[in-house]
Ligand binder design. Sequence first.
Ligand code: NAD
Length: 385
Amino acid sequence: MGSTFGVAVVGFGWMGRVHTQAYARVPHHFPQLPLRPELIAVADEVPGRAEEAAAQYGFATAARDWREVAADPRVRAVSVAAPNFLHREIGVAMAEAGKHLWIEKPVGLTADDARAVAGAVAKAGVQGTVGFNYRNAPAVSAARELIAAGEIGTVTHLRIRLFSDYAAHPQGALTWRYERERGGSGVLGDLASHGVDLARFLLGEIASLTADTAVFVPERARPTGATAGHARSAGGELGPVENEDYVSCLLRFASGARGVLEACRVSVGEQNNYGFEIHGTEGAVSWDFRRMGELGVSRGTSFQDQPVSTVYVGPGHGEYAAFQPGAANSMGYDDLKVVEAYNFLRSIAESTPYGATLEDAVRSAAALDAMARSAEHGTWVAPAE
Ligand SMILES: NC(=O)c1ccc[n+]([C@@H]2O[C@H](COP(=O)([O-])OP(=O)(O)OC[C@H]3O[C@@H](n4cnc5c(N)ncnc54)[C@H](O)[C@@H]3O)[C@@H](O)[C@H]2O)c1
């Protein structure tokens, strides 16, 4: 059993809870990890929320002000799961306090924010892991390996989709997500950020892109009390939705491959319809998050009428073996966060980054900035380095 290692969680909404559960589960799945997380502190600004979390999960202390977490010498690593507008301030402060950082995507409101957090992490010499969890799916790892091994030939094009209905209900409350100052670029940061990370993880860097955006639900009711997740509000005063519900984007990769990325948060009839289809000169590979353990694969030498088969991931694909002994046993969303916690703690233990880093967050955020600029000016834009 590894030595205890003090961790804290800031922001105890959906992601705060998932990070906490991941810390609790990581030693069960990865007993070889030399660090065993100990839940030291939790902070949330809603009165009573941190205390409730402490009582349920066993954090030693609870606070409303995250600065108490930054000042606590027992805390060695911090999960930042607060809304996007706080990522920069809290992320930089935690790194400056010498805490290793596991921070949720998209890491701030802009690429500038992501760069500030990345810079603080580099300067402090701490490890930084980012919540791009979809790349942790064993099937996504398998797809990456298969592509890198040339099994579908030279990649020609990709389609990547992230469709959700989480904001489709007209009574969905006007929370921080819909404000530019606190939620940033809407579906770009929320969903397209994951799409960009997957695209880069699978196909490499994006050389240029052109995008179109839209707001389909222009007004929502202000919440009448504290919110978490995608709360509803009926009867509250109406206010404007300030950021994007939808983005479509054409991509040109440095490799020469082409791509289409589409993301929408108001797609009625779509629940977590996230996935990709990638084509190459000799084959194809596809994945759907809702059937996380399956990969559609076409490979061979037929070119035309070439069969497509379903590959069930199993031990040997990504971190699957840490969860199930044989192929086709289902894994779930939370398991991807356990893999992320493992990558984070392993990075700290070995002083070497594993999994998605702040450099990946900067690259993703630069692509999102480029999408916003392209949508405004109607031009092709190269994401800033
Ligand atoms: N990786 C993923 O798949 C994924 C999924 C959902 C959300 N996220 C990201 O996680 C972050 C949180 O999203 P969520 O869905 O958990 O939101 P949420 O609204 O459910 O939770 C946010 C929490 O932060 C708290 N908070 C607000 N201001 C605070 C402050 N000053 N100090 C401490 N706590 C504060 C809120 O009270 C709330 O409990 C966002 O950045 C979002 O982009 C990532």
